[in-house]
Design a protein around this ligand. Structure first.
Ligand SMILES: Cc1ncc(COP(=O)(O)O)c(C=O)c1O
Length: 400
């Protein structure tokens, strides 16, 4: 019996107990935790202070005084919401200012802001690609790219993670399609490795494809001045489509695409998740603008993030943990079994460390992991505390 049949017979159309019980039996039930205050290097959970190792606020900018001040000023001047889609009621000054700053930051002709990274990917990919076109997507790309490929109705070919030989074999055999797009995360969100961008760019040029890089986790924290993976590899403007988020290292909310003027004009006309949705709140745009200024002014924040990451990774690996293929501050502590992973997350919490158990479908079956990420704001003592907590919890769970 399929889930849908059961839904409309034994349970009734809108009952979910059976499905929830199945999810729980597989060790895959997810619940959110209530945090008693603002996000920071340490947070209070159930009245107890814990070291937080699972935020994407990599540079601690979500609570930076001048980022909050910029948001407050925009809130006072422009209100709580944008009121409508920008094609309906117009662009507010914070959006225009942010887009100009993002284009300058990325070294591109233009940039366009979206409501979120998820919306940006849906909008970009489904605007560029349609039936008769083809998308080559790395198998570990973020779910928003996966969903974008589905929405586009183009043929989607998934290549083995970072395997440019496998990709080339596909490209060489696929000449019958219309527009061809190669899509990759810049820094992979659950593994922390970096896409082989130089080889992808060479393949895109050789086989006449568009190349899109999702720099959700790279914006502000990798490459000179935090300009992202293209800059990290010295590729600058040669990547056709650079998407990034405002919600991670920039500490705000929203996303953007940077590229040619024509790309941006095309997306304004064709990206449904830009056209048919209310614009980003002006306070979020103003906060992101200020965060960009801080990133450019204070490169030491990013340096602290990378230092904390190598301290933490070294400590975990020498404590017997498997840190996967991480090359960055995203450290996947691979556990394997989903239930064991949840047990480890619970044991860690008892030891005073909050790290999230990441299970299928977010990661492939059998590779459940704790996605561990320090921020620039953690003190060396937080990192030392976390390593010792991992060792104790790992012993209790029989992992190390
Ligand atoms: C690689 C990647 N792309 C896109 C997104 C979506 O971004 P947002 O959270 O702004 O919707 C995420 C979010 O985690 C991500 O990891």
């Amino acid at each position: 019996m399929t889930i849908r049949q059961r839904d409309s017979t034994s349970q009734g159309r809108c009952a979910f107990e059976v499905e929830l019980a199945e999810i729980e039996a597989q060790g895959l039930l997810r619940k959110t935790k209530l945090i008693d205050g603002a996000i920071g290097p340490r947070v209070s959970l159930d009245g107890r202070e814990t070291v937080l190792l699972c935020t994407n606020d990599y540079l601690g900018l979500a609570n930076h005084p001048s980022v909050k001040q910029a948001a407050r000023e925009a809130l006072e001047k422009y209100g709580a919401g944008a009121g409508a889609s920008r094609l309906v009621s117009g662009t507010l000054p914070p959006h225009a200012k942010l887009e100009a700053a993002l284009a300058r930051f990325k070294g591109t002709e233009a940039a366009l802001v979206f409501g979120s990274g998820y919306l940006a990917n849906l909008g970009i990919v489904s605007a560029l690609e349609t039936q008769g076109d083809v998308i080559y997507s790395d198998e570990l790309n973020h779910a928003s790219i996966v969903d974008a490929c589905r929405l586009s109705r183009a043929t989607t070919k998934v290549f083995r993670h970072a395997d440019t030989d496998a990709l080339e074999a596909m490209l060489a055999n696929d000449l019958a399609y219309g527009r061809r797009l190669i899509a990759t995360d810049g820094i992979f969100s659950m593994d922390g490795d970096i896409a082989p961008l130089p080889k992808l760019a060479a393949l895109a040029a050789e086989y006449d494809c568009c190349l899109m890089v999702d720099d959700a986790h790279a914006t502000g924290v990798i490459g000179p001045g935090g300009k992202g993976t293209a800059a990290h590899f010295g590729l600058g403007g040669s990547i056709d489509i650079q998407m990034g988020t405002l919600s991670k290292a920039l500490g705000s909310y929203g996303a953007f695409v940077a590229g040619s003027r024509d790309l941006v004009d095309f997306l304004v006309n064709r990206a449904r998740s830009f056209i048919f949705t209310t614009a980003l709140p002006p306070a979020s745009a103003a906060a992101a603008f200020e965060a960009l200024n801080i990133i450019e002014r204070e490169p030491e924040r990013s340096e602290r993030l990378w230092q904390n990451a190598s301290l933490l990774k070294d400590g975990l690996v020498s404590g017997g943990f498997d840190a996967g293929a991480s090359e960055t501050f995203i450290i996947p502590v691979i556990i394997g079994d989903a239930r064991q992973c949840v047990r480890m997350a619970e044991a860690l919490l008892e030891e005073g460390v909050f790290a999230q158990a990441i299970r299928p479908p977010s990661v492939p079956e059998g590779t459940s992991r704790l996605r561990v990420v320090p921020t620039s704001e953690h003190l060396p003592s937080d990192i030392g505390f976390a390593i010792e907590a991992f060792k104790r919890a790992g012993k209790r769970c029989g992992i190390v």
